[in-house]
Structure formats: structure tokens, C-alpha cells
Write a protein that binds this ligand. Structure first.
Ligand code: 5GP
Length: 188
């Protein structure tokens, strides 16, 4: 028996991490894959909890050794999903959740066509811009880049199996949890 692979994508600032963390409290058997990134940590971020923060050389070496299931350049930094933990968890029968951008999700879909692809969208692009500004973690030019990318990312919605609009957090958590429970009951 192998576990299910859930892939969560959506524009930066849409609240994917909060949503995922809340769902994990209610779906304890779910394993979260911690990504590697060359982006410097934000003030509240912890090494090995939010990301593995690595330098460009380390990232390149890992990429060269095929240690990523997928990787992508997002908003000027590199991000990748370490292969080993994901493959081991799936083999052991655990369900795994990835929080990655649309380019990465496309790569994962090639290798794991039976994955469950979930897009998290904001109620509007205006609301997204407001959230990005309110979290005070990105400089102005990066917010503009993240908004430009959000427009592009929203065009990939049709490649996903599910759409969750994150307006009221509790409602979005319920929807995501329902998707996970339904997929666990699906006869394959
Ligand atoms: P942030 O810098 O805001 O933490 O993340 C920026 C974007 O990179 C988000 O859309 C996030 O989901 C995505 N991301 C995080 N980890 C990975 C990863 O391992 N692979 C890919 N392709 N994207 C990632």
C-alpha cells in the first residue's frame, strides 16, 4: 500500500501555509515535505521547520545529484522538494502534502500522475495584494513581482483537480480537509 500525494499550489500570499498547518492539526497522519530554498529566511521562519535554507552552490549540487523530485525558480529564488523523505513516506503508506508553485506541480504531475492537485486561490487579486502588503515580509519590488506571477499562476487552475478559494480561513480549512478525506475513501 502506498500513500497519497497531495500537491498544494497557489499564488504567494494566498495563505497556503496557514491553511496547510491548520489542516495538519485535523489530519494527523499527513506528512509535510519541507522544501529547500536559496531565499533568505524571514524573521519568523525556522530552519528545518519552514524550509531548509541553503546557498546556491548547495542547491546546484543537490540538483545535480538528482536529490529533488522537482525544483523551480520562483520570484528570483530557487526552491526544490527533497526526494528521499517523500518517496520513503509514500512507500511506508503515509499521505504526503507538498506546498509548491505551479512549475513544480507540473513536474510532479509527470512523475506522479495519480497525485491529487489542489489550487488555492484568493477571493480576488486585490485581496491578495492587500495580504502581501499586510504581512510586511517582502520589499515593494518583490510584492510587484509576486503580483505579476500571481496573474500567471491563476492561469494554471485548469491543470488542477480541485480549487479552494481562501476567503474565510475556517471554510477553506474545511474544504481542504474534505478533499483529503474524500480522496482517502476513493476506490482506486
Ligand atoms: P515563499 O518565498 O513565499 O515561501 O514561497 C514562494 C513560492 O514558492 C510559493 O508559491 C511556494 O509555494 C513555492 N515553493 C515553496 N517550496 C517550493 C518547492 O519546493 N518547489 C517549488 N516548485 N515551489 C516551492
Amino acid at each position: 500500500m502506498s500513500g497519497l500525494l497531495f500537491v498544494l499550489s497557489g499564488p504567494s500570499g494566498v495563505g497556503k501555509s496557514t491553511l496547510r498547518k491548520e489542516v495538519m492539526k485535523r489530519c494527523p497522519a499527513l506528512k509535510y515535505s519541507i522544501s529547500c530554498t536559496t531565499r533568505p529566511p524571514r524573521q519568523e521562519e525556522e530552519e528545518g521547520v519552514d524550509y531548509y535554507f541553503v546557498d546556491m552552490q548547495t542547491f546546484e549540487e543537490m540538483k545535480g545529484r538528482g536529490e529533488f523530485i522537482e525544483w523551480a525558480k520562483v520570484h528570483g529564488n530557487y526552491y526544490g522538494t527533497p526526494r528521499r523523505p517523500v518517496e520513503e513516506w509514500l512507500k511506508e503508506g503515509f499521505d504526503v502534502i507538498l506546498e509548491i508553485d505551479v512549475q513544480g506541480a507540473r513536474q510532479v504531475k509527470n512523475d506522479y500522475p495519480s497525485g491529487v492537485f489542489i489550487f488555492v486561490a484568493p477571493p480576488s487579486l486585490k485581496a491578495l495584494e492587500q495580504r502581501l502588503r499586510e504581512r510586511h515580509s517582502d520589499p515593494e519590488n518583490n510584492i510587484l513581482l509576486r503580483m505579476t506571477n500571481a496573474h500567471l499562476e491563476m492561469q494554471s487552475i485548469r491543470d488542477y483537480n480541485y480549487l479552494v478559494v481562501n476567503d474565510v480561513l475556517e471554510d477553506a480549512v474545511d474544504k481542504l480537509r474534505s478533499i483529503i478525506l474524500a480522496e482517502r475513501c476513493r476506490i482506486r
